[in-house]
Design a protein around this ligand. Structure first.
Ligand SMILES: Nc1ncnc2c1ncn2[C@@H]1O[C@H](COP(=O)(O)OP(=O)(O)OP(=O)(O)O)[C@@H](O)[C@H]1O
Length: 234
């Protein structure tokens, strides 16, 4: 569903991504790990068609996002670290608006409420203004958008940072539920423990390069941490 082959991105002299190979299939959670500046956000931005590759290819469901960003984004949902929604609209109005601009469809209030509650938000919160929502609740509106537009793939950039342990746990359970519905999930995170728990595979990046990809069933938490630290030191 998500595929990069020898994907390279330069910003002037800076090599942000260096011949990245990556595949994420439907029903799989792949976690991208790496220090600040490793190239995780650049990878996601290339999938969204926000940047064009310097060389190599990126495909979303077979679509080249640089050539046809609208077609690629129609297949995707994206949850950045800070979900930017309209603070003066209610949670449900935000859901309605963002789904409509992404696929042009209008949903009944009952359908919208169904997606809202499937994303772990209560019907009592639907009428509250977004500006009153916590970070975890705003992230869940992002999940509701993914559910409503039936996104084939979900891209998440540091969604767990700043969430308390209970909210992070709930959020990870939602990701697992989406995976089980067949969604391909690419999650950039610094949280090695949760990456190990929810990812089928992890990829460890440094300075634009994918240094290792591991099946999480092969590694304990401590082993993953050791592999990560060894690669960061090398
Ligand atoms: N628009 C841009 N113009 C110039 N350089 C950029 C741009 N976007 C990213 N970079 C550079 O590309 C490299 C990779 O950045 P990127 O944001 O992809 O890293 P990251 O792994 O997401 O880091 P973090 O964990 O801090 O979010 C960095 O050196 C960054 O400064």
């Amino acid at each position: 569903m998500l595929e990069c082959q020898q994907l390279t991105k330069r910003f002037g002299e800076r090599l942000a991504l260096d011949a990245l190979d990556l595949r994420v299939g439907g029903g799989e959670i792949f976690c991208l790990l790496g220090a600040n500046g490793a190239g995780k956000t650049t990878t996601i931005n290339l999938m969204l068609g926000f940047h064009t590759p310097t060389s190599g290819t990126v495909r979303v469901g077979g679509v080249d996002p640089a050539a046809d960003p609208h077609a690629a984004r129609a297949l995707l949902a994206y949850i950045p670290e800070q979900v930017n929604l309209y603070p003066l609209l209610t949670g449900l109005e935000n859901l309605e608006y963002f789904v409509q601009i992404s696929n042009g469809r209008r949903y009944s209030r009952d359908d919208l409420m169904g997606y809202f509650t499937q994303a772990g938000l209560s019907s009592a919160d639907a009428g509250r203004r977004l500006g009153e929502y916590s970070k975890g609740m705003r992230q869940k509106v992002g999940i509701a958008v993914a559910l409503a537009k039936q996104a084939k793939a979900l891209l998440l950039d540091e969604p767990l940072s700043g969430l308390d342990p209970k909210a992070a746990n709930e959020f990870c359970s939602l990701l697992i539920a989406l995976k089980e519905r067949g969604t391909a999930i690419l999650l950039a995170t610094h949280d090695l423990m949760r990456a190990r728990d929810i990812g089928a595979r992890v990829g460890i990046m440094r300075a634009g390069r994918m240094l290792a990809q591991r099946d999480t069933t092969e590694l304990t938490h401590n082993e993953l941490e050791q592999v990560y630290l060894d690669l960061m030191r090398a």
